[in-house]
Structures are given as structure tokens and as C-alpha cells.
Design a protein around this ligand. Structure first.
Ligand SMILES: Nc1ncnc2c1ncn2[C@@H]1O[C@H](COP(=O)(O)OP(=O)(O)OP(=O)(O)O)[C@@H](O)[C@H]1O
Length: 265
């Protein structure tokens, strides 16, 4: 079998708390992700999804266990050499810089030449449908448009691995649906491996090749499910709907077992 692209081996994380036992957030996660996958990670609020993305991105260390990316260990001190992009729930743009400059900034930090930067800014603003807004400033755009700029910025570095932390959850459903379609087209074109954190079961089913449902804190893998519906997918596809129902039922069972109230949407 081919070596997995991303391997989490017994990854655990606790945060120290003054005067109390440490807060156990991740409880020995074992996950192997194949290259090119679009893996959704679903779980209750506060279960440690962002913590997990930070550990994979080398921004935080696991308390125990290892993360291997393309065969190399990732910690805050050792990088795998894999180019990682991040897109967040909020656009996190610099309001005093134009759209074009927001997308160009990380490219400049990568040391790319001016021509390459210009070409990439044009290409990715075009992909997210914002070519005509490159000289605007973020506050002159709607929330959905700002999120598209943020997506263009994350994609323009042409990452090998994209970590997406609820990137569409603050958008209205129509904008989110358009962006999901766009997102799938980009994934299809680039073959980037994507980890996609979401609270939205329908979104996870629609987008992913595989879904990972994790439990409330301390997080363990509750369900690891391939989504074998071929692309391009239609949001109203019956097979997707059936899968959504079955995962929703599973979530409800998990909720009953653990007494959780903040699951899914
Ligand atoms: N740097 C930190 N120091 C201490 N505790 C932290 C830190 N970062 C996160 N936590 C705690 O770890 C738990 C998991 O947080 P995290 O943000 O990873 O969850 P999440 O699943 O992404 O949440 P949500 O779905 O609400 O975005 C929370 O209880 C949070 O308070």
C-alpha cells in the first residue's frame, strides 16, 4: 500500500490550567490521510478541531504522539517542507491593503518575483470571480466577497496541503453554495490535499472524499467514512442526502450518549 501523505499517530493534546488538571483536548488520534483527499472533519464545538489543524501546521505541538507529513515529522521546530495554506472562518484581511495586495503579500513572503506574483494574483482573483475588484479595499466588499479574497490568498501560494477551518460557515447559503462548487473545481484542477473542518454535515457530505467525525473533548475518532459518490456532485443528489441522514442520525446517537448540545447544523 502507498505510504499515507499525512499520518497522525496517537496524537494527544492537553492544555495546562492553573490550579486544575490539564484540559485534555485530543485523546490519541490515529488517522492516515491519502494524498489528494478532501477530508472533512466534523465534531462538536470546542472538541479540538482548530487545535488539530494548528498541530498539523506546526503552529503548536502535540503533548504526545507524532504527525508525519510526506514522511517527515512536523513540530513547531521541525518543518516537513510541505507547503501548507490556511483559510479561516473569518477572512482575516488587512483592511488598509487592497484586495490585490492582500493576495500578493504571502507570495512576496515566499520570495516570488514580481511577474509571478502578478500572474498568480490575477489567476486566483479570476478563479474566485473578483478580477474587477482587485483595487478595492476589504471594507468596500461584502462579507462573501471578503471570504473569496481570503480563499484566493490561501490558494495563490499553491499549497500542497490546504487546511480550511469552517471557511464558508459565516456566509449566506447561496454564496456558500457557489463557493463550494468553486472550491471543488479548484481541488479537481490542483489535486491539493485538503482538510476541511466544518459543523455542517450537508457541506461535509457534498464536498468530501472522506468524513471524519470526532467526539466531544477529549476528541477521538468516532466515525471514519468514505463518500463514494462520483464528482461532479449535485447538492440535491439522493445518495448524498441519504448519507447526510445517516450521519445526522449517528451524530444524534453520539449526542445522546455524551449529552452534547452543540453539534452539527
Ligand atoms: N492555547 C490554548 N490554551 C488553552 N486552552 C486552549 C487553547 N486553544 C484551545 N484551547 C481549548 O481547547 C479546546 C478546543 O479548542 P478548539 O478551538 O481546538 O476547538 P474547536 O473544535 O475548533 O472549536 P469550534 O468548533 O468551536 O471552533 C477548547 O476548550 C479551548 O478552550
Amino acid at each position: 500500500m502507498a505510504e499515507s501523505y499525512l499520518v497522525l499517530d496517537q496524537v494527544a493534546k492537553s492544555y495546562p490550567r492553573p490550579g486544575q488538571p490539564p484540559l485534555r483536548v485530543l485523546d490519541g488520534l490515529d488517522v492516515a490521510v491519502e494524498e489528494g483527499a478532501l477530508l472533512s472533519i466534523l465534531g462538536p464545538s470546542g472538541c479540538g478541531k482548530s487545535t488539530l489543524l494548528n498541530i498539523i501546521n506546526g503552529l503548536d505541538d502535540a503533548t504526545s504522539g507524532t504527525v508525519l507529513l510526506a514522511g517527515k515529522e512536523v513540530t513547531t521546530k521541525t518543518r516537513s517542507g510541505v507547503k501548507i495554506g490556511m483559510v479561516f472562518q473569518q477572512p482575516r484581511l488587512l483592511n488598509w491593503r487592497s484586495v490585490r495586495e492582500n493576495v500578493a503579500l504571502p507570495l512576496r513572503e515566499m520570495g516570488l518575483g514580481t511577474d509571478e506574483i502578478d500572474a498568480r494574483v490575477r489567476r486566483y482573483l479570476d478563479i474566485v470571480g473578483l478580477s474587477e475588484f482587485s483595487n478595492y479595499y476589504p471594507l468596500q466588499l461584502s462579507g462573501g466577497m471578503q471570504q473569496r479574497v481570503s480563499l484566493a490568498r490561501g490558494l495563490a501560494i499553491e499549497p500542497d496541503l490546504l487546511l480550511a477551518d469552517e471557511p464558508f460557515s459565516a456566509l449566506d447559503e447561496i454564496s456558500a453554495r457557489k463557493l463550494r462548487q468553486e472550491f471543488l473545481r479548484i481541488w479537481d484542477r490542483t489535486g491539493t490535499t485538503i482538510l476541511f473542518v466544518t459543523h455542517n454535515i450537508r457541506e461535509a457530505v457534498f464536498l468530501s472524499t472522506r468524513m471524519l467525525v470526532i467526539t466531544a473533548r477529549p476528541a477521538r475518532v468516532h466515525l471514519d467514512l468514505p463518500v463514494e459518490v462520483p464528482y461532479p456532485r449535485r447538492p440535491d443528489d439522493d445518495a448524498l442526502f441519504e448519507l447526510e441522514k445517516s450521519v445526522t442520525r449517528d451524530f444524534m446517537r453520539m449526542e445522546e450518549e455524551t449529552g452534547l448540545t452543540e453539534i452539527g447544523s
